[in-house]
Write a protein that binds this ligand. Structure first.
Ligand code: ATP
Ligand code: MN
Length: 524
């Protein structure tokens, strides 16, 4: 039996320690935390927060971690005294309450996995982390010793945030030396998922293991493919492929033995979900899965097109819900790496083969583009550059990860490709988003190696190598300039986007740096 003192609390109400799925379902119902969809899946609303709060994330500034962390807007520092004060508030607040304590592993490799404990106020948060992290066997649970603990006090706001010099009453603070994180003021489960991912991105590279924001799957011949990309670019959608075993949809490590998932579940977007386009994900939405912020009618029938609560509607499910998954969550070294981008400018080709130098350039650039606002007439996309396709989760300098990736790609002779899952035939408002079918045809040509038989040509501006034709893809799509009716407009847009790449990459040009990949990027 877990006691208050084991959790560092003064007292405790009822403790639900590692509840099973049926217990969680009963609790969620009893606490009125959610409703059951027509197909039996629990649906919850995550409250005011339907996404993460990156501006409220901090690391305690102390030794020795301080010398490794790349401090700045992403990795903000907070003095140890303020952490101590807030930690006391959090434990005071949680003391005496009924709590859920959920234990899980992060990392499928026994040698380097981390034992993480989550202390939460709500059953659905326990359900979420149970879905997302690796569920220990009964024996491992009995002897579980947490190496890191997350205290989630969702309802506790930091009233003194201005006095403390923080961004808002929400706080997500990591204390690396004490192996503790505290969360307050937000309910969003993603803070726990991506929070521990952030810690993995601290721990592993210091042991010379690469940690990556990517999905992974493996073919019948054992050929592994990694899909990197920022949010919404297709990591989950494209790695979930009936003909290949899913290893994981979001976070992986790459060590001497090969690649391994950090997680035990997936977190898929639900907006616009169609069973015909994404049958595996659609069918994963069943009992034990957890739907967030979706809209359903009185009978519990979900309208997957309803974004009235948020565009970011989600479902978490244990990976076993994907029939064709790799049960060890591990595989050998990758053969192919695909960088996904959702280019709303419609400039980047649907598929390009990258040289080694280009791979480094596009990895460090970490480009995607968001569609700006939904107001009529506002059609200008917003470019995002996030190093390693996940700078928001990287405590160390991006070049640490890039260097590791480059070495591993070289050592294992990995092929790299850039795949644009975004717009074609014009930017947002003029062209259309690439169909999932066309993107899958490009991906399949990479995976079965047939792309290597194609004739290639080089694009202007970005000087990317693109195939002239591929089975299952319209020839006019392959060269983005051909797909645009207005060629002058294309040239102007391509020139503008090239300029943004060049501007963004300036921060990686330093004298004495071994990273000068600008020659591999677009030229003005
Ligand atoms: P996150 O890091 O937030 O989990 P992700 O990279 O996993 O993001 P997905 O969940 O795969 O992103 O989201 C891709 C979304 O785009 C899905 O909703 C999918 O249906 C939609 N989509 C539309 N066209 C395409 C396409 N051509 N390729 C991939 N996805 C597409
Ligand atoms: Mn995903």
């Amino acid at each position: 039996m877990i006691e208050a003192k084991d959790l560092g609390l003064k007292s405790i109400g009822k403790v639900y320690h590692n509840p099973g799925y049926d217990d969680l379902f009963a609790q969620e119902t009893a606490n009125d935390e959610g409703r059951v969809a027509a197909n039996g899946t629990m649906m919850v609303d995550t409250g005011k927060f339907t996404g993460r709060s990156p501006k409220d994330k901090y690391f305690v500034h102390q030794s020795p971690s301080s010398k490794y962390i790349a401090w700045g807007k992403i990795n903000q520092q907070i003095p140890a005294e303020i952490f101590d004060e807030l930690f006391d508030e959090v434990t005071e607040y949680l003391s005496g309450k009924d709590l859920y304590v959920t234990d899980g592993f992060c990392g499928a490799n026994e040698k380097t996995r981390k034992s993480v404990r989550f202390v939460t106020e709500f059953a659905w948060q326990s359900h979420f982390v149970k879905n997302m992290f690796i569920r220990p066997e009964a024996g491992d649970l009995a002897s579980f010793q947490p190496q890191f603990t997350v205290y989630n006090a969702s309802n506790l706001k930091n009233e003194k945030w201005e006095y403390h010099g923080l961004n808002s009453e929400v706080f997500v603070i990591f204390n690396i030396e004490k192996n503790v994180a505290i969360i307050g003021g937000t309910w969003y489960g993603g803070e726990m998922k991506k929070g521990i991912f952030t810690m993995m991105n601290y721990w592993l590279p210091l042991e010379n293991i690469l940690s990556m924001h990517c999905s992974a799957n493996v073919g019948k011949a054992g050929d592994v493919c990694l899909f990197f990309g920022l949010s919404g670019t297709g990591k989950t959608t494209l790695s979930t492929d009936a003909s290949r075993k899913l290893i994981g949809d979001d976070e992986h490590g790459w060590d001497e033995d090969g690649i391994f998932n950090f997680e035990g579940g997936c977190y898929a977007k639900c907006i616009g979900l169609r069973p015909a386009n994404e049958p595996e994900i659609y069918n994963a939405i069943k009992r034990h899965a957890l739907l967030e912020n979706v809209v359903a009618d009185e009978e519990g029938v979900i309208d997957f097109d309803d974004a009235s609560k948020t565009e970011n509607t989600r479902v978490s499910y244990p990976i076993e819900h994907i029939e064709n998954h790799e049960p060890t969550l591990k595989a050998s070294h990758p053969k192919n790496i695909i960088f996904l981008t959702c280019d709303a400018f419609g400039v980047l080709p649907p598929v390009s083969k990258l040289t080694k130098e280009q791979a480094m350039y596009y990895f460090l650039s970490g480009y995607t583009a968001k569609v700006a606002g939904t107001e009529r007439g506002v059609t200008e996309p917003q470019a995002t550059f996030s190093a390693c396709f996940g700078e928001a989760f990287l405590p160390l300098h991006p070049t640490v990860y890039a260097k590791l990736l480059g070495e591993k790609m070289e050592k294992h002779g990995v092929n790299a490709y850039l795949v644009n899952t975004g717009w074609a035939g014009g930017g947002y408002g003029v062209g259309e988003r690439m169909s999932i079918k066309a993107t899958r045809a490009c991906v399949n040509a990479i995976l079965d190696g047939s792309i290597k038989n194609a004739d290639f040509e080089e694009t202007r501006w970005f000087r990317l190598n693109i195939p002239k034709s591929l089975p299952g893809v319209d020839d006019t799509l392959l060269n983005p300039r051909n797909a645009w009716a207005d060629k002058e407009k294309f040239d102007a847009t391509a020139n503008k986007l090239a300029g943004m790449f060049i501007e963004n990459f300036k921060k990686y040009i330093q004298s004495g740096d071994d990273f000068d990949f600008t020659k591999a990027g677009p030229q003005a």
